[in-house]
Write a protein of this length. Structure first.
Length: 256
């Protein structure tokens, strides 16, 4: 009787082992066949997440004719690399969707200023140089004037090499992030003699001479000055504001 129980237990274990092996090999064969069929698949549909800066067709053109390209990791890397070479592309995420779709998500570089140069160039918040692809007139951006515009200082798709232009972009980024009241009304940023910076507002216009030091402190003072103006006055009621001196503003009212 004891031997019979042992035999039954061994037989049960053998059944379990056989079942596990069968499932393993079945899964292996299915995976192998799926992999073989997957390797035969090719791209026939391309989905690009709706870009904000450039038209989707620009990025499809950058990809080239990839329909019919085999679906594999090597080709996926090539696709990502080709898009990341585009000056307006900050980052790319791409993946395949079974059976034959390529899905692409693009994080774009957004210009925050136009450089008064020939040809026209734009710069993003990190100082990357963006070419004008017939799109500069689509943006309402402050213009950077009187900067050194030698083209070797502005390599397309790379960071600006001009020290003053780079510094001014850092200031503009600061204004855009923290002082929207000023950025939204900013028409031009000029580099003057002595490396002084002058801001020109859209309305009227008003000129604001910032000097060349303590830029953030002066913007804070300008913000407080704007707040403390009586309810009927605005910054644009002044034709000229001089902020080169510590903790003070010298203003010239427009009617004087």
């Amino acid at each position: 009787m004891k031997r019979k129980n042992n035999f039954q237990i061994d037989h049960y274990k053998l059944f379990l082992y056989t079942l596990v092996l069968f499932m393993f090999f079945s899964l292996f064969i299915i995976s192998f066949e799926w992999s073989q069929n997957y390797q035969k698949l090719s791209i026939s549909n391309i989905l690009i997440s709706k870009p904000k800066i450039l038209n989707e067709s620009v990025y499809k053109k950058a990809l080239g004719d990839i329909k019919g390209l085999k679906i594999n990791l090597m080709n996926l890397k090539k696709i990502i690399d080709s898009l990341e070479d585009h000056p307006y592309v900050e980052a790319v995420r791409a993946s395949y969707r079974y059976p034959n779709t390529l899905k692409v998500e693009i994080l774009e570089r957004e210009p925050i200023a136009i450089l008064n140069s020939d040809p026209i160039l734009m710069l993003d918040k990190n100082g990357y140089v963006l070419p004008d692809i017939n799109n500069s007139n689509h943006f309402s951006l402050p213009v950077m004037s009187n900067y050194n515009t030698e083209m070797e200082l502005y390599p397309i798709g790379e960071k600006v090499l001009s020290v003053k232009a780079k510094q001014s972009i850092e200031w503009l980024s600061l204004i855009q992030n923290n002082y929207q009241f000023l950025y939204n009304n900013l028409s031009e940023i000029r580099l003057l003699s002595g490396e002084n910076i002058e801001l020109i507002l859209l309305d009227e216009p008003t000129k604001i001479l910032m000097g060349n030091t303590r830029f953030q402190d002066k913007i804070e003072i300008l913000k407080e000055f704007k707040i403390n103006l009586n309810p009927y006055k605005r910054l644009t009621d002044f034709s000229y504001l001089d902020m080169r001196y510590k903790n003070q503003i010298i203003g010239k009212p427009r009617n004087s």
